[in-house]
Design a protein around this ligand. Structure first.
Ligand code: SF4
Ligand code: SF4
Ligand code: FES
Length: 270
């Protein structure tokens, strides 16, 4: 009987080359691991295989590789890293697509725009700080007694649904030439907010209740580090795993900021 090789699952031997760092500010080094992967494995499964047998390809016992993850289904945004030089989610990155042949190598590095905590785990605090800068929320504290808010318009809802899929993964920031490493927290409020924050400001400005903070959001976005710092390189939209129309959001907020600035000038608009 002839084996059906096309449909037989084939375990492959691959190498994972990983940039490691023991703690913030420590020097980085490279370690390689030879592992066997069944078809359909994702990059996280490879890291879990290393954790079970943390031995490098030259036989040295080492510490398991540290990384972040949560949902394992491209929803939480925690597992972002550079895979073969491209920023993406490691949970939805299939080995079959990035290392399809026996003997292939996958290179893993942490994102470069955020401080490394350890190995592939980075501190994304600044990303969340920038969401606070643009007041990316619907203000409902203390409104319970005044009853339901205004009804949502279905057309706006359809636009907002796509924007609401942002999972704060940081891919758009890693790819953006205007978003640079800024370890001094005192400078965060003057540096570029990033495409994710601009798009979330659009999301909440389009919300029937959320728009009460529209003026405050646009004030931030017309200031230093706001939408005018975007160089329109469009790298962000190319790497967003949720395919959020970031350049559309940047253009929409750019127009809103212009109108807001004119109104402010003539009428002192809030
Ligand atoms: S379009 Fe703007 S936000 Fe997007 S990558 Fe370019 S500079 Fe960054
Ligand atoms: S906009 Fe896209 S790439 Fe940027 S944080 Fe949100 S999901 Fe990630
Ligand atoms: S583990 Fe949640 S997005 Fe990858």
């Amino acid at each position: 009987m002839v084996a059906d090789t096309a449909s037989t699952p084939r375990v492959r031997k691959i190498t994972l080359r990983i940039r490691r760092q023991d703690a913030p500010g420590k020097p980085a080094r490279w370690e390689s691991f030879n592992i066997e992967v069944p078809p359909g494995s994702n990059v996280i499964a490879c890291l879990q295989a290393i954790a079970r047998h943390p031995k490098t390809s030259n036989g040295q016992t080492t510490a398991p590789v540290v990384f972040d993850s949560g949902c394992l289904e491209e929803v939480c945004g925690a597992c972002t890293m550079q895979v073969n030089g491209k920023v993406r989610q490691s949970c939805s990155c299939l080995v079959d697509s990035v290392a399809p042949n026996d003997g292939d190598t996958i290179t893993l590095e942490p994102m470069s725009k955020f401080p490394v905590v350890r190995d592939l785990l980075v501190d994304r605090q600044r990303l969340f700080h920038n969401l606070k800068r643009v007041k990316a929320w619907v203000p409902i504290d203390g409104t319970y007694d005044i009853g339901p808010g205004p009804k949502e318009d279905p057309a706006h809802q359809a636009v907002r649904y796509k924007l609401s899929e942002c999972m704060s993964c940081g891919c758009c920031l890693e790819a953006c030439p205007q978003f640079n490493v800024e370890e001094n927290e005192e400078h965060w409020d003057r540096a570029f907010v990033g495409a994710h924050a601009i798009s979330q400001a659009r999301l909440f400005n389009e919300h029937a209740t959320g728009k009460v903070l529209k003026g405050a959001r646009l004030d931030v976005l017309m200031g230093q580090g706001g939408v005018n710092d975007c160089g329109n390189a469009q790298n962000c939209v190319k790497v967003c795993p949720k395919e959020i129309p970031l350049t559309e959001s940047i253009a929409a907020i750019g127009r809103a900021v212009t109108v807001h600035a004119v109104k402010r000038y003539f009428m002192g608009a809030k």
